[in-house]
Write a protein that binds this ligand. Structure first.
Ligand code: PBG
Length: 334
């Protein structure tokens, strides 16, 4: 319990806020570059950087440029980079076979980064949406997003990514039973040290809008994702999902989106005490960046404040599109 202050004026809580030095000494939570996972969008081609209209300052990068980005991130002290592919619409099918093609964009990018910048951890996304003509994270049969058939495909996708050298697999699909199935396949395939960060509490959120533009899934998506992603009205259900994914073999868990769900981050951390992450998603980035570009808020300050809030809420790290900018501002971590 926090100590209750002595009566005024014995206690003046402002004393500890009176100078920068005292504020520093009393600061409870701190952000460092070691808290960051940087999500990047990968596209085909060479020497390509293509802006994303709804995410000013974020580009789709060809594989060679992703390697350069990884090098820059490592130089800034950022521990991990997370890959999302912009898949050529011609490669999207209803069987989503490109998802487990060892030569798909993600798998090529993993190999290229691991060859060029081995010290940075490479995280992936496991879900079918970039490869699906329907824009869904699972297979669609007669209008239903089918669970078990999807899990089989996700396992193939996970193995292809592990074989390419991924360090952290990120199942973002919200199917039931996928963590256990992927963990069993990784163990059987000799990938004992490949970690899984489960998108355990992933909400059906309108804050993913710009991301769907970035990966080219917006036009494709038929309907919504409410039969698999969580209802934003729920909180206890997040704890059940986290417990389930930990039991099935997740090493880390994620809450997504971030800022509107800080209460969930805190509950997860307090309940389980496991490595807990939040994803500051595309719509959060777009809001902060858009307001800053209009001169309505101080961009650097809202960026840093929004990121520090995740630490205060109990997160061990944050997936954020601001990673390189915030890291450059903070300087190297000790
Ligand atoms: C897809 C996936 C999404 C995000 C990460 N993986 C979008 C979705 O579920 O529709 C969102 C990330 C962001 O908005 O920044 N499985």
């Amino acid at each position: 319990m926090p100590h209750s202050p002595a009566p005024f004026p014995a206690a003046r809580l402002r004393r500890m806020r009176a100078s920068a030095a005292l504020r520093d000494l009393a600061q409870e939570n701190r952000l460092t570059v070691k808290d960051f996972i940087w999500p990047v969008f990968v596209r085909d081609g060479e020497n390509m950087e293509e802006p994303i209209a709804s995410m000013p300052g974020v580009n789709r990068l060809s594989v060679d440029r992703v390697v350069a980005a990884a090098e820059r991130a490592a130089g800034l002290g950022i521990p991990a980079i997370c890959l999302f592919p912009y898949t050529d619409p011609a490669l999207k099918t209803s069987d989503c076979a490109e998802a487990w093609n060892p030569e798909n964009l993600t798998n090529r990018a993993i190999r290229a980064i691991k060859a060029g910048v081995p010290e940075i951890a490479v995280m992936t996304d496991i879900a079918l949406d970039p490869y699906s003509v329907d824009g869904h994270d699972g297979f669609v049969v007669d209008g239903e997003i089918v669970n078990d058939e999807t899990v089989e495909a996700l396992v193939k996708m996970a193995l292809a990514q592990a074989e390419a050298g991924a360090d952290i697999l990120g199942p973002s699909d919200m199917m039931d039973g996928r963590i256990g199935a992927i963990r069993t396949a990784l163990e059987a395939g000799g990938h004992r040290n490949v970690t899984i960060m489960s998108y355990a509490a992933k909400y059906a959120s309108a804050f993913y809008g710009p991301f769907r533009d970035a990966v080219g899934a917006s036009g494709a998506l038929k309907g919504d994702k409410k039969t698999y992603q969580m209802n934003p009205g729920n909180s206890d259900e997040a704890l059940r999902l986290v417990a389930r994914d930990l039991d099935e073999g997740a090493d880390m868990v994620m809450v997504k989106p971030g800022m509107p769900y800080l209460d969930i981050c805190r509950r997860v951390k307090d309940t389980f005490g496991v490595p807990t992450y939040a994803y500051q998603v595309s719509g959060e980035y777009a809001m902060l960046r858009g307001a800053a570009l209009n001169g309505w808020v101080d961009g650097e300050r809202v960026m840093m404040e929004s990121l520090l809030a995740f630490k205060r809420a109990g997160c061990d790290g944050i997936l954020t599109y601001f990673a390189p900018e915030a890291a450059a501002l903070m300087g190297p971590a000790a």
